[in-house]
Design a protein around this ligand. Structure first.
Ligand SMILES: [Zn+2]
Length: 187
């Protein structure tokens, strides 16, 4: 797991435990190599995903199972379905979306995208692909989640080489693996 997801991941597990949902098993390893690590360090990115690599290579994905049996239909899966977005995670390959993701339903595979992205994706019942397409089309969206206002900007790198960033607000820049750059501004 990448260090940036350790804190939200353990906060999520703590919350589940407090709700009495405790039978989680984590089957994920951070399969790193130098190039991916470099990209990851450079982008520091919620959405940085080098083309052609497994999501696990960038350390932003985690496979979560249930020790009670199959993940699908388990109490653990149900809890995550309801709460994961709050902690910045999404079910990366949901059912009935394999025509969009290209991957069959994986009830165990969660991906960290951070806030507010996880909340937007989950609220709209989107996949990451659908969200990125939406961003690419809208160029700028504003949203409010967990009492905080965000502005998300999308830049097509083919069009703009200069990215204005705010000096008065905290912001984060991520690549989207399709020639775009996402700037997330906390307002
Ligand atoms: Zn996985």
């Amino acid at each position: 797991m990448a260090t940036q997801i350790l804190q939200p991941f353990s906060a999520m597990m703590d919350a589940a435990n407090q709700d009495g949902v405790t039978n989680f098993i984590v089957n994920s390893s951070y399969r790193s190599d130098t190039a991916q690590q470099q990209l990851f360090d450079t982008m520091g990115a919620d959405l940085a995903l080098p083309a052609g690599y497994s999501e696990h290579n960038v350390g932003l994905s985690v496979d979560i199972g249930s020790t009670t049996g199959k993940m699908e239909g388990s109490e653990e899966a149900a809890w995550l379905e309801r709460h994961a977005a709050r902690y910045g995670f999404i079910l990366r390959y949901p059912p009935n979306k394999s025509h969009i993701t290209g991957i069959q339903h994986e009830p165990w595979h969660f991906r960290y995208v951070g806030l507010p992205h996880s909340e937007i994706i989950t609220k709209n019942d989107w996949t990451l692909e659908e969200y990125l397409s939406h961003l690419q089309q809208e160029k700028s969206i504003t949203t409010r989640t967990q009492g905080r206002a965000y502005k998300v900007l999308y830049y097509d790198l083919q069009e703009s080489l200069q990215i204005p960033v705010p000096t008065t607000h905290s912001y984060k820049v991520s690549g989207d693996n399709r020639g775009g750059l996402i700037v997330t501004i906390m307002q």
